[in-house]
Design a protein around this ligand. Structure first.
Ligand code: HEC
Length: 133
């Protein structure tokens, strides 16, 4: 009689431990997923913030604070600085790759020079340029 009591107590303990461990596991899983979403959204926000910072120092003089191509240093240029809100007329394409190519090589025969010293910020700049609507 005593033995049976001990066995059932042991079984109960194992079951409880198993339940507790399982709960812990599925909670961890959920948290990991939430964190992954947070991180990618945060890093996109970081990228845009970085892009804005670098853009305002290096690009806004020609392309304007809102990317409309109306910065004072661009007023006398021909061709005019690109209006980033427009979809047409992009020589290298309105894509991340196209913008990075422009920053690497510049646009020959225009006021758009290459920006090799900003290479570390190309991705951030491209994201920011694409964010003008
Ligand atoms: C001295 C003025 C000037 C500055 C400063 C300048 N740009 Fe430009 N940018 C231009 C001009 C002019 C064009 C248009 C070139 C053309 O149409 O041939 C242009 C075009 C572009 C284009 C469009 C390329 C395409 O595919 O047609 C991008 C993207 C661009 N600039 C990004 C930038 C970024 C990012 C910066 C800052 C790092 C910057 N520009 C700084 C004058 C400038």
């Amino acid at each position: 009689m005593r033995k049976i009591y001990v066995y059932s107590l042991l079984t109960f303990m194992f079951l409880s431990v198993g339940l507790v461990l399982n709960c812990g596991k599925s909670k961890e899983g959920e948290n990991a997923q939430v964190n992954a979403t947070d991180t990618s959204e945060a890093s996109k926000a970081d990228l845009l913030a970085k892009g804005k910072e670098v853009y305002e120092v290096n690009c806004a003089s020609c392309h304007g604070p809102n990317g409309a191509g109306d910065g004072p240093a661009g007023a006398a240029l021909n061709p005019k600085p690109r209006n980033f809100a427009l979809a047409d007329g992009w020589k290298n394409g309105k894509t991340k790759e196209g913008i990075i190519k422009t920053l690497k090589e510049g646009i020959t025969g225009s006021g758009m020079v290459a920006y090799p010293h900003l290479e570390a910020e190309y991705e951030a700049l491209a994201e920011y340029v694409l964010s003008f609507k």
